[in-house]
Design a binder for this molecule. Sequence first.
Ligand SMILES: *Cc1c(COP(=O)(O)O)cnc(C)c1O
Length: 394
Amino acid sequence: MDRLIYLDNAATTKTAPEVVEAMLPYFTENYGNPSSVYGFAAKNKEAVTKQREEIAKVLGVLPKEIYFTAGGSEADNWALKAAAECCGAKGNHIITTKIEHHAILHTAQYLEKRGFEVTYLDVDEDGVVDLDGLRAAIRPTTILISVMFANNEIGTLQPIREIGEIAKEKGILFHTDAVQAFGQVPISADECHIDMLSASGHKLNGPKGIGFLYIRTGVKIRSFVHGGAQERKRRAGTENVPGIIGIGTAVKRAGDTMAERAKKETELRDYLIGRVLNEIPYTKLNGHPKKRLPNNANFSFRFVEGESLLIMLDMKGICASSGSACTSGSLDPSHVLLAIGLPHEIAHGSLRLTLSDETTKEEIDYVVDCLKEIVSHLREMSPLYEDFVKKNQA
Ligand SMILES: *Cc1c(COP(=O)(O)O)cnc(C)c1O
């Protein structure tokens, strides 16, 4: 295959060369354990502190409020499980949404088995949480609201500031899974009244296996991994120094280039959406038309099977996804597409294309040309499409 067009940046991103370069010495030269007393290792403690500061700056929080984890899933697990355990005296009710990542949904289900009650909020047809529905769901026993900042499948951005205001007014802890949004859109933890926020390195051109949980000062959350005194005794384990250098460098890079990247990607995304909707009939855009991540496009093609579409795109060198990387391999349609009200057969014909700052217009044109050809080819083989055409001609 002579070309590769990578449009699956919501699944993972390429580690930026400058990120790799910054990490390398921490494998081979500066490999000391930051907890050791001698200078050779102790300077790695400073290096870790510096990265914590870079990340805190982008989020508008204090460095000591950033706790490194082994990724977004761990941060999500920590936020939910620890909040549940620590607020048990106040109540046993948690509010989240039907469109969360499985790192939240499966953790919520785990807590339900242990006596917690969970409300999964509905979303509208664009994937936006209804604030009145949220207000109505709040009980005296509600201890935590967890709503993702941006959805990983359809890209919809949530009214996080309004949700934060409601949580604050009611004295309820507020967590947001910002794994997709952090580094792509500006986030101020203070303005949005966020108490806890999850993020991950590999979704923003950093390395895999490193992320962080922001925990606002004063929030009483138990430690997640017991052992040594790392991460202010809340998350034990020798620091992943190269990973921390990697995520810090990636976050700084994302912060410095955010506005310019968002502008470029939004233009290209809208060009892609325009071409697909205009040139491929019986196609729908999923997610909010405007309030969405700059790099996300998600379509449903009627009379088409998403898996076949992915395989045929792969043969043309195009990497895409039908739902989230985590649901592929199962035959169930995505829980997100069902939650926005798509019927099963339409949810099955969905395609997610997520751009990077390296994506070009020429690549988008090639992808749309391939899509036109593949969709019409698949439709020609579909008995449902044949029936539909006959009916329309009658
Ligand atoms: C990718 C992702 C996660 C999981 O992050 P990992 O670092 O891969 O564990 C959690 N939430 C959302 C919204 C994601 O997109």
